[in-house]
Ligand binder design. Structure first.
Ligand code: IPD
Length: 265
């Protein structure tokens, strides 16, 4: 097995078990606390599931680094760092909306999106049972189906997914960006989980996704899914995807979206 395939197997097993644990905790009840602002919530399950993923990774690959949403980062001694969102779409999880996922990526380089390169990634929605998987050079997959981004976007415009940051300071620029995109959009979707937005672009269920202000754990696995499904991913202006901006789309639509989103607000 290649190293990427090996990492993908590990990520798949752990995401499956972590997702099933989160779903079980959801059935048992919720314990919610707020983080940066009132809208930014964390449940006891986010923390427990991240601790589970971290412990499993440490057991399988003790030399690797760890960069997760709910706990302190750990430096890598192997060159591989795991970037993990135990529950992406926590608000959906809390409300019982079936659109949340465990997102796990293995990246080479530092955990800074500007320099890293993901080698394996999975996005697992335990409610639908869908496990999106990708490895560098090995394609993006949903079960036995190889994924491809949409090839063409017609004159009606693209179906575009986006997200809105929790920080009130971002509200006005978010609306300005949305106003720029709407004229080239058939319609807009706000699913509430960046990893699933990106998986949807990879699967051709969405023509594009953009969002300002996501963190590496929200988009690391999804970015690899889109790239391996033949899509283009970038940030603004013109760089790698990062906290500033993530733009993802098929080659037939990417340029139009990128042009409209730059200069970034
Ligand atoms: C959030 C979701 C949401 C996106 C936010 C993320 P979380 O992640 O992915 O769709 O708009 O930017 O922070 O907090 O549910 O893990």
């Amino acid at each position: 097995m290649t190293r990427a395939a090996d990492l993908l197997e590990i990520a798949t097993r752990i995401a499956q078990e972590a997702g099933d644990l989160a779903a079980q905790r959801r059935r048992e009840g919720l314990e919610i606390a707020t983080k940066s602002v009132a809208a930014d919530i964390v449940t006891a399950a986010d923390k427990e599931v991240e601790a589970f993923v971290r412990a499993e990774l440490a057991r399988e690959r003790p030399e690797d680094g760890f960069y997760g949403e709910e706990s302190a980062a750990q430096e890598s001694r192997s060159g591989i760092t795991w970037v993990v969102d135990p529950i992406d779409g926590t608000v959906n999880y809390a409300y019982g909306i079936p659109a949340w996922a465990v997102s796990i990526a293995a990246v080479e380089g530092s955990a800074d999106t500007a320099t890293w390169s993901a080698v394996a990634g999975v996005v697992y929605n335990p409610v639908s049972g869908e496990m999106f998987r990708a490895s560098r050079g090995g394609g993006a997959w949903l079960g036995e189906t190889r994924l491809s981004v949409t090839a063409e976007v017609g004159p009606a415009g693209g179906l575009v997914a986006t997200g809105f940051g929790y920080d009130p300071a971002t509200h006005a620029p978010t609306l300005e960006l949305l106003a720029r995109v709407m004229p080239i959009a058939r319609d807009i979707r706000r699913i509430g989980a960046a990893s699933l937005d990106l998986a949807s672009v990879a699967a051709g269920r969405m023509d594009a996704y953009y969002e300002k202000g996501t963190n590496p754990w929200d988009h690391a696995a999804g970015v690899l899914l889109v790239e391996e499904a033949g899509g283009m991913v970038g940030g603004a202006p013109g760089g790698r995807p990062g906290k500033g901006m993530v733009i993802a789309a098929g080659p037939g639509f990417y340029g139009r979206l990128e042009q409209i989103l730059e200069p970034e607000l």
